[in-house]
Write a protein that binds this ligand. Structure first.
Ligand code: GAP
Length: 465
């Protein structure tokens, strides 16, 4: 039986060996918790982004998408509360000097809600004295540590040029709300979507790509009349469930929708649900959904002096919309997909002297980095020419395809299984005479003969069903 730790190790090793995720800055000895996405990881991320944008922006009439800068006017982060309170509570070990997040070593204390200064420190809430998990030494009381990365804009490096890398993409959408409201002729309810990088100086990053200092978010700020907020919350909860189950094909038994109690919520949130996935290293957050009330628009309105209200054409009254915020982490989506769909054969056949068990990445075909592999059985007899032509025809249809004519067919199948290619086409000597190829299905292993000329259209059809 493969343990969760072994599963993570095998997955991380496959990611490196097959070009999904590499340790960042590796030739310089690495850089704590930074990762490079290799060619297949990048393709997989692109496919997730595309699926998300198509589903939540292009195919909905009540959404628009924008792109805002990573470095914004720092006043925006003062207004949002991030400068003052986007903090993690940290404890230092007086003996070994290691540093920990208070809520990580005292889970019974609960997470400290962001922006909430009123809560007592977790050690006190838990009613017990914390000790260092590394050496058992005495820990300090928590200190608040701001997670925003600082930078300087322009030639001087002083307080007047201080700016921040955005810790979430959401801020840009609130700041741009006025311009979107005034240009897009939308009626409430409608949402603004953004995909982009966010940065947090996480103190205890870890678990592969689960918590990193640089990551990508796919976020929506959905603006509604205050009285319609509960209904919109339910609508987005359904949408998020459907994304998890129908697009990512993640089993409902591996996901928990955790209603966050009022005492643990950010003070401005009327309702929050954390969507948690059962990773091999434990059940942890995948996505979040919050009713942020009118907190953000009212704070930015006050700080900027701009009128951020919306004119209700029915009543001719100006109102400050509420915001429902569904938020998705792109890197965590990729991680959950790998955890969910990497099938590890518990009783591996020791073929080709490979010491690792047989692994198949059963990704949904729409998300798989490579859709098809073309494998001529031999290099002579005109097979490679047919295979190259077919590869090119599929490529011209806009699908990622690989041509591979070296090594045993078993090894070639195995490589494609490990990168999640749903269909492999073999070109054999008979193909020269009858114009057919054999398609092998990654999941069922079923084989079928198809006319080579029909294969690009066959693939398109498969991907659209
Ligand atoms: N605008 C709301 C917001 O940013 P969040 O729960 O802090 O909420 C949203 O972040 C999502 O971003 C998380 O559910 C997670 O998927 C992802 N995320 C947050 N911090 C992350 C990190 N350090 N590394 C990777 N992903 C992260």
């Amino acid at each position: 039986m493969i343990s969760p730790e072994q599963k993570m190790d095998l997955m991380i090793s496959l990611c490196k060996r097959r070009g999904f995720v590499f340790p960042g800055s590796e030739i310089y000895g690495g850089f704590a918790n930074s990762w490079d996405y290799g060619p297949y990881g990048t393709e997989l991320k692109n496919n997730i982004r595309r699926a998300w944008w198509g589903r939540f922006v292009e195919r909905r009439g009540d959404m628009v998408g924008i792109e805002t800068p990573i470095v914004m006017n720092p006043k925006a982060w003062e207004a949002s509360g991030h400068v003052q309170t986007f903090t993690d509570p940290l404890l230092d070990c007086k003996k070994c000097k290691k540093r920990f997040r208070a809520d990580h070593i005292l889970p019974s204390a609960g997470a400290i809600p962001l922006y909430d200064k009123e809560q007592p420190p977790p050690a006190k809430r838990a009613g017990k004295k914390a000790v260092c998990p590394a050496c058992g030494g005495e820990l300090t009381e928590p200190r608040q540590f701001n997670l925003m990365f600082k930078t300087f804009v322009g030639v001087t490096e002083d307080a007047s040029s201080l700016a921040y890398l955005r810790p979430e993409t959401a801020g840009g959408m609130f700041v741009a709300w006025k311009n979107v409201r005034d240009t897009m002729r939308k009626r409430l309810p409608f949402g603004i979507a953004q995909i982009g990088k966010a940065f947090r100086n996480e103190i205890t990053p870890g678990n592969f790509i689960f918590r990193t200092r640089e990551f990508e978010q796919m976020e929506i700020e959905y603006f509604v009349k205050p009285e319609e907020a509960p209904e919109a919350f339910e609508m987005w909860l359904k949408e998020m469930k459907s994304w998890v189950e129908d697009v990512l094909c993640i089993s409902p038994k591996n996901v928990e929708y955790v209603e966050i109690q009022e005492k643990d919520r950010a003070f401005y949130s009327a309702r929050t649900i954390d969507i948690e996935y059962k990773y091999p290293f434990g059940q942890k957050e995948l996505y979040g959904l919050a009713n942020r009330t009118d907190y953000d628009l009212s704070r930015h309105g006050q700080a900027s002096g701009e009128d951020l209200t919306w004119l209700d054409p029915k009543t001719s009254k100006r109102i400050l919309p509420f915001v429902i915020e569904p938020t998705w982490g792109l890197d965590r989506t990729l991680l959950a997909l790998l955890c969910e769909h990497l099938d590890i054969d518990e009783a591996p056949t020791s073929d080709e002297g490979n010491s690792e068990p047989r692994m198949v990445l059963r990704l949904p075909p729409m998300l798989a980095p490579v859709k098809a592999a073309i494998l001529p059985l031999q290099k002579k007899g005109g097979l490679t020419e047919i295979a190259e032509k077919l590869t090119d025809a599929i490529r011209q249809e806009g699908m990622m395809v690989e041509y591979d004519d070296s090594g045993s067919i078993g090894k070639r199948y195995r490589r494609q299984d490990e990168i999640g290619t749903p269909w492999c086409f073999t070109i054999d000597p008979e193909s020269v005479d009858d114009g057919n190829a054999t398609v092998r299905d990654r999941d069922t292993m079923a084989q079928e003969r198809l006319a080579i000329i029909d294969i690009p259209a066959w693939l398109q059809k498969k991907l659209n069903t």
